[in-house]
Design a protein around this ligand. Structure first.
Ligand code: NAD
Ligand code: TYD
Length: 338
């Protein structure tokens, strides 16, 4: 099988490329990525010469380019990870989110339809459901929860999900969608909470916690996200949405404290800073559908996963130091006014 993975130079995409090359060595993976600030080919250095892997630089929102690539490559399966993904950036610059996330999805759907792919899988997020109240621990996102977005990021992801479902209903395109909770693990760009906190703690820098730190996220190791998508590709029902999560709800403050403790750093590094605009309170996935229908089970607990992730960042300092030394340092100064 020939699989197009878009956004394969980003955090989850590169983990998925590694996962597929290991678990399905008989398949060929083509990685299409624009190499925005978040794309990093250093994350794929170990597979760049593999005979069943190829990288193509390009924009998923460039319809002519996408059409020509599909015509040439005749993909069997498309897994769309490519997106602008950072909520804070979507607050300062929403336009690029609409372009890459919505128009990019449309260009891929059109090409998938024209060239008859066997499966189009959209990698979505639990953020399309909006948020849950902090005090209602009994509430979870199910696949039936109405879409109710808060940020331009989540709105653009919800818009692309609706487009995907419309191509199923209107054109019979064989689609599936997964909506996963917050991921953590190796190769995550250090603007996202976990790698941001641990790379800053490494240098004894202050850790900017938004608001009171009571917001809750439901953390899943990136490996478990990849295994869930693999299972959906194999056994998922067409036209269906599958939520992915492992019941690892933590407040941001709890996560920061776990990181500080594991790195033997003092809690005095924590700084409470101005809250994010429209900050979602709590995310929590009900994964019953994927567990019962497809038999998916996560491999990592938060405790084992976070320990392994911290070790990975400590052992791969060069990978994140290159990013911190690049253009990202300007973004950081502007964002946190440091
Ligand atoms: P990321 O920001 O680390 O990587 C995104 C990748 O997409 C980058 O390599 C970037 O260069 C590429 N890209 C962006 N715009 C592009 C374009 N127009 N054309 C081609 N490539 C483009 O993101 P991530 O955290 O790996 O997330 C991947 C996907 O998973 C996204 O669709 C995101 O919405 C979804 N998701 C992420 C999380 C999470 O916690 N990170 C959770 C659930 C779902
Ligand atoms: P993030 O990693 O940006 O993921 P998302 O917003 O998509 O859930 O943020 C995770 C949580 O951490 C979120 O509640 C915002 C919070 N956060 C901080 O407190 N400080 C920070 O510097 C960042 C980047 C996030």
């Amino acid at each position: 099988m020939k699989i197009l993975v878009t956004g394969g130079a980003g955090f989850i995409g590169c983990n998925f490329v590694h996962y597929m090359l290991k678990e399905h060595p008989q398949d060929t993976v083509v990685n299409l990525d624009l190499l925005t600030y978040a794309g990093n080919l250093e994350s794929l250095a170990d597979v760049e010469d593999a005979p069943n892997y190829r990288f193509v630089k390009g924009d998923i929102a460039d319809m002519e380019f996408v059409d020509a690539l599909f015509e040439k490559e005749r993909f069997d399966v498309v897994v769309n990870f490519a997106a602008e993904t950072h909520v804070d950036r979507s607050i300062t610059d929403p336009g690029v989110f609409v372009r890459s996330n919505m128009m990019g999805t449309q260009a891929l759907l059109d090409a998938a339809r024209k060239y008859g792919v066997e499966r189009y899988h959209q990698v979505s997020t639990d953020e399309v459901y909006g948020d849950l109240p902090l005090e209602r621990k009994d509430l979870f996102f199910t696949e039936q929860t109405p879409l109710h977005t808060s940020s331009p990021y989540s709105a653009s992801k919800a818009g692309s999900d609706l487009l995907v479902l419309s191509y199923y209903r209107t054109f019979g395109l064989p689609v599936t969608i997964s909506r996963c909770s917050n991921n953590y693990g190796a190769y995550q760009f250090p603007e996202k909470m976990i790698p941001l906190m641990l790379t800053r703690a490494f240098y004894d820098q202050t850790l900017p916690v938004y608001g009171t730190g009571e917001n809750v996220r439901d953390w899943l190791h990136v490996y478990d996200h990849c295994s869930a998508i693999d299972l959906i590709l194999q056994k998922g029902r067409l036209g269906e949405v599958y939520n992915i999560g492992g019941h690892n709800e933590k407040t941001n403050l709890e996560v920061v404290r776990v990181i500080l403790k594991a790195m033997d750093k003092p809690e005095s590094l924590i700084r409470f800073v101005a809250d994010r605009k429209g900050h979602d309170l709590r995310y929590a996935i009900d994964p019953k559908k994927i567990e019962t229908e497809l038999g998916w089970k996560p491999k990592y607990t938060f405790e084992t996963g976070i320990r392994q992730t911290i070790e990975w960042y400590l052992e791969h300092r060069e990978w994140w130091q290159h990013i911190l030394d690049g253009e990202y340092s300007d973004y950081f100064k502007k964002m946190y006014k440091l």
